[in-house]
Design a protein around this ligand. Structure first.
Ligand SMILES: [Zn+2]
Length: 721
């Protein structure tokens, strides 16, 4: 996932002179090495409000100047000028967003509650500026007659489209209502996230008996003991209410009663019927989104969201999801039958329930593929894998990573690396914030602190990766699961998308691409984790230092499509609910009932729960960014599976020519080209879904009929020209 600042800001009051001194560290240009770095050491929570207000006021003044320019509108005096504006707010907003994601303390949350609606109103004030929109439209209309470069034409298209999509063409009454809706939504998104964070932080299961740990491997016990100690409960073991804690516990705990308890706590986040319950918030969000879509001339929120995506319409996204859903559910039936057989053989006298799935899947994995995740884990040291990612970046893109000191960080566990190209030239900085802690959102994500650009001068990027590994005891290596290793590579893929960026304008830079395309670079990077080149060099046993044995690697490869029924159904259930909630129009929705009824109609296997149940579905309800957009992971994975075969069809994962094409057409292009064109430039053709089905081990043809072409194309609509 990648995270964005909730688009900037509000009815700006000029800050008082007294406030001007405290907010200074946030407002000042970033200084220091590497083209300047964020001044994390100087920032205080009380700086945010006055700094955001001053920065919004500054940008409004800049925009007014552009809108009221007496000269005829040109690319230079309008669009390039807009690219130059808002620099202060960019910087303040970046640090504000970092606090929101990683240091969400009660005093920061108060600031956020106040500022979120103001930032939404500010954003509308710019997109609803009529004089400004007229100038943008004039440049856009004349884009073919002027002497614009292809990238400048793309920026003209993007700015024009974004303004129209934000309501620039509406009448004053509709604009006013739109802005009210956006402000209310911003407040609801903040509340949704804060509720979820509270349920993740406040519910900790403390275990105090050795017998409660039955089945848990040593590394998990160590991590759980450290987590308890950090919470002042020495001698106990803490199971946190996060995915990184929940998943391994459900995989290994022999204690069915505790598995059920951990499962219920995790999947009840935001759904406790208490003050932090998210259901009413979701109902209101859905209503407001439906009303906004209507105002903007779209049938539903989903239609509005997908208009500028690669898929183009909800129908195309649904078509792909439905093509994969049936074979995935069929595979789940087989997986459950395998698991039930193991349970019966053990004399467990149970019917597989959702809290049993991971546990028995592990036993089947052992029985069928002779593969024990615990056998793999001692080879998966966090720091070695990080070195492995760096090595891959060197092989594919020629990047070199080296640690730097003296750059301010917001947490002592955070590390900073400088990235250079083969000539030694600075490419950017990579910040790594690895560990879970109170106030940090769960999951893993990439975030850009500064985008690459070069239209006035060369500005290098600053990107970060954020994960929630449980911090071990000092000096002990942190062992992570295979899934977490994949997530690590995934987020690093987003970081490399930012680091490779080679564009002129910041609005088109790095990961600023269509939502269903942005996961393509990150998902394809996951594939290099399991290459022998990485495993032999970096999957080293934490005690012996010996590389993972080749026969174990072979067993991992043989089990590559194992449990894909579970993984696909768990994900697709969330993606389908997300889309259907946003196709439902303006009816009043009770999220729990909608989820229950829709899953029943879909034929959801009772042994699986959605990866993100509705009350905890951050992708859909913590901002607009991934709303009606969770399908994007499947869409992008279709691209990544197809693209990976370009490597395997050529000289393998490290084929220089294919890597160069991937870099030139995809990783460095940002949003300067239409994603469908970019993909064709890389692959020489449109993507199809056959590679995805092969990757997941699903049959490509159903019913054996040859009625469908062997590789149905996944062409994009004409949306984003
Ligand atoms: Zn991602």
């Amino acid at each position: 996932m990648i995270r964005f600042l909730v688009a900037a800001a509000g009815a700006a009051a000029i800050a008082s002179a007294a406030e001007a001194t405290v907010q200074k560290p946030l407002l000042a240009p970033w200084t220091g090495p590497y083209g300047g770095v964020p001044p994390f050491d100087m920032v205080r929570v009380e700086h945010f409000k006055p700094a955001l207000e001053a920065a919004m006021a500054e940008q409004l003044a800049e925009v007014d100047k552009i809108a009221n320019d007496p000269a005829a509108p040109s690319f230079e005096n309008t669009l390039a000028a807009l690219e130059r504006s808002g620099r202060t707010l960019d910087r303040v907003g970046t640090i504000y967003g970092i606090y929101s994601n990683t240091m969400s303390t009660p005093d920061f949350q108060k600031v956020e509650e106040e500022m979120a609606p103001k930032l939404a109103a500010f954003s509308d004030q710019i997109t609803q500026n009529e004089k400004l929109f007229k100038r943008i439209a004039a440049v856009y209309d004349a884009r073919e007659t002027g002497k614009l470069t292809p990238e400048q034409k793309r920026l003209a298209w993007l700015d024009y489209t974004n303004f129209v999509r934000a309501g620039a063409k509406l009448d004053p009454a509709a604009k006013k209502r739109l802005s009210e809706i956006n402000q209310r939504l911003a407040a609801l998104y903040t509340k949704f996230s804060q509720n979820l964070l509270a349920d993740e932080t406040d519910y900790v299961l403390f275990l105090d008996k050795e017998s409660d740990l039955a089945g848990l491997p040593g590394s998990l016990r160590t991590a759980a003991a450290a987590a308890a100690e950090q919470r002042g409960q020495n001698g106990k073991w803490a199971i946190l209410n996060t995915r990184s804690s929940m998943e391994p516990f459900l995989t290994y705990s022999d204690r069915r009663d505790l598995r059920e308890k951990v499962w219920r706590t995790y999947y009840s986040r935001g759904d406790h019927g208490d003050a932090k319950d998210n259901n009413a918030i979701i109902s209101e969000i859905l209503k407001l989104r439906a009303e906004r879509a209507k105002l903007l001339g779209f049938q539903t929120h989903a239609h509005w969201r997908l208009e500028n995506s690669m898929a183009g319409t909800p129908e195309r996204a649904m078509e792909l999801m439905e093509a994969v859903w049936k074979p995935a559910v069929a595979r789940v039936r087989e997986e459950v039958a395998d698991m039930q057989a193991v349970a019966d053989k053990e004399g467990a006298k149970i019917k597989i329930e959702p809290w049993d799935y991971r546990y028995y899947a592990e036993k089947v994995r052992k029985a069928k593929y002779d593969l024990d995740q615990n056998e793999v884990k001692p080879y998966l040291q966090l720091e070695k894998l990080r070195e492995g990612m760096f090595w891959v970046a060197g092989q594919l893109f020629g990047f070199n990573f080296s640690p730097v000191d003296g750059v301010p960080v917001y947490n002592p566990d955070m590390r900073v690396y400088k990235v250079t190209d083969p000539s030694g030239k600075l490419v950017g900085l990579w910040y790594f914030d690895p560990y879970a802690r109170p106030g940090k959102q769960s999951g893993a994500w990439m975030n850009a602190y500064r985008n690459q650009e070069r239209f006035d001068r060369d500005i290098t990027t600053i990107v970060s990766n954020n994960t929630n590994f449980v911090k071990g005891k000092p000096g002990e290596p942190i062992l992570i699961s295979w899934d977490d290793a994949n997530a690590l590579f995934h987020e690093f893929g987003h970081a490399l998308h930012g680091l490779n960026s080679n564009v002129s304008y910041p609005s088109l830079s790095g990961t600023a691409v269509a939502r269903d395309y942005v996961e393509f670079p990150s998902q394809i990077l996951e594939r290099w984790l399991s290459t022998p080149e990485v495993l032999n060099r970096f999957a080293l046993h934490y005690q012996t230092g010996k590389p993972i044995p080749p026969e174990l690697v072979q067993r991992i490869e043989r089990a590559a499509t194992f449990n894909q029924g579970f993984a696909t159904v768990e994900y697709l259930a969330s993606a389908l609910i997300d889309m259907k909630l946003h196709l439902a129009g303006d009816q009043t929705i009770d999220p729990d009932a909608f989820e229950r009824n829709t899953l029943k109609a879909l034929g959801m296997p009772s042994e699986i729960v959605m990866r993100h149940r509705t009350p905890q579905f951050s992708h859909a309800f913590s901002s607009d960014a991934y709303s009606a957009g969770y399908y994007s992971y499947l869409w992008s994975d279709t691209l990544s599976a197809d693209a990976w075969e370009a490597f395997t069809e050529a000289g393998g994962p490290y084929d220089r020519a294919v890597a160069k094409r991937l870099r030139d057409a995809v990783f460095s292009a940002g949003n300067t080209v239409d994603p469908a064109d970019a993909y064709r430039a890389f692959r020489g053709r449109d993507p199809g879904i056959a590679a995805l089905m092969r990757k997941r081990g699903f049959p490509i043809e159903q019913g054996g009929a040859a009625a469908r072409p062997p590789d149905p194309p996944l062409a994009s609509s004409a949306a984003a020209k």
